[in-house]
Design a protein around this ligand. Structure first.
Ligand code: HEM
Ligand code: HEM
Length: 239
């Protein structure tokens, strides 16, 4: 019985087509799944839910930069992997509707990545004691929640999640075009179910703390605490 199961897992999803891949396409798929299927979802879960780490004495200890370091390291290295993976399959012209749709999703994901990267760099100044304004005051785009920072937060969160959804479509189309083995589909679906469950559980535990509060604290007189938090399900605490 186990042997039959094992053999079934190693069948291509569409029995009418063969599963034969060139090495460059196989590596394109592996790298894209590793980056967009695993690395980026983990980075986003850490970015959203670990603005305050479990042993941190918030609000006495503010501005834990763990999440930010992980986010930037993951997103930058994922960008390098994505560029390499695209380079592996880059060729002009293709046949059939499915590769065309995969290309459309794929290039949209790459464009969104570039927009996210540029937006991340152009998000404005921070402010506060550590990074004061040129006049020595504590003002900065984040501390004051200027229009520039507000636009960044709305755009970055919306485009970030959109890119993940489009990447999921690109991955499914890629698996279909290459007639991937059944275990690959099951592995990816299993992982998605697991990560969505973790996301929902951490959300229910109240861990999606507003970035502004995580960095600057809960004082209601601070400029950013006087406006509503940005993004779905973002939570505030009273200290
Ligand atoms: C987020 C995930 C993915 C992204 C962003 C992505 C992106 C791309 C892009 C931009 C191209 C077109 C390159 C060109 O213009 O020549 C492409 C082609 C291709 N990708 Fe992906 N890809 C992803 C996942 C996958 C996966 C999981 C597979 C399957 C193993 C796959 C298989 C292919 C194949 C076979 C082609 C060539 C299609 C053709 O034009 O005939 N891709 N991909
Ligand atoms: C290296 C460039 C990047 C920088 C500097 C950066 C910076 C940030 C910052 C500061 C936040 C927190 C925003 C807030 O809560 O107010 C954030 C959140 C986020 N980033 Fe990035 N980011 C970068 C690249 C990316 C990329 C390439 C993606 C997606 C492909 C991405 C997806 C996200 C998502 C989805 C969130 C929101 C998570 C949540 O709270 O639900 N980021 N990023």
């Amino acid at each position: 019985m186990w042997e039959a199961l094992w053999q079934w897992l190693w069948l291509p999803i569409d029995a009418s087509r063969a599963h034969g891949l060139e090495q460059n396409v196989a590596w394109h798929g592996r790298l894209m799944v590793a980056t967009w299927g695993f690395l980026f979802p983990i980075s986003i879960i850490i970015t959203r839910f670990l603005k305050v780490t479990p042993r941190q004495q918030w609000p006495n200890e503010l501005d834990n930069r763990f999440w930010f370091r992980v986010h930037v390291a993951a997103q930058v290295s994922g960008g390098v992997l994505t560029a390499f993976a695209v380079w592996l399959v880059w060729s002009p012209g293709s046949e059939g509707n499915l590769p065309w749709l995969h290309r459309l999703c794929g290039w949209s994901v790459v464009s969104l990545y570039c927009a996210q990267f540029i937006g991340g760099i152009a998000r404005g100044t921070r402010g506060g004691m550590d990074e004061p304004a040129p006049d020595g005051s504590i003002h900065g785009d984040h501390f004051d929640m200027t229009t520039r920072r507000v636009i960044f937060e709305y755009a970055h969160k919306t485009l970030g999640y959109t890119s993940i959804v489009l990447a999921a479509m690109a991955m499914l189309l890629g698996l279909w075009i290459t007639n991937a083995y059944i275990w690959m589909w099951l592995g990816l679906f299993g992982w998605w179910c697991f990560s969505i469950t973790v996301y929902a559980a951490l959300q229910r535990k109240g861990m999606a703390l507003d970035t502004y509060q995580a960095i600057w604290g809960p004082d209601p007189n601070l400029p950013g605490n006087q406006r509503k938090p940005i993004g779905f399900g973002i939570q505030r605490r009273n200290g």
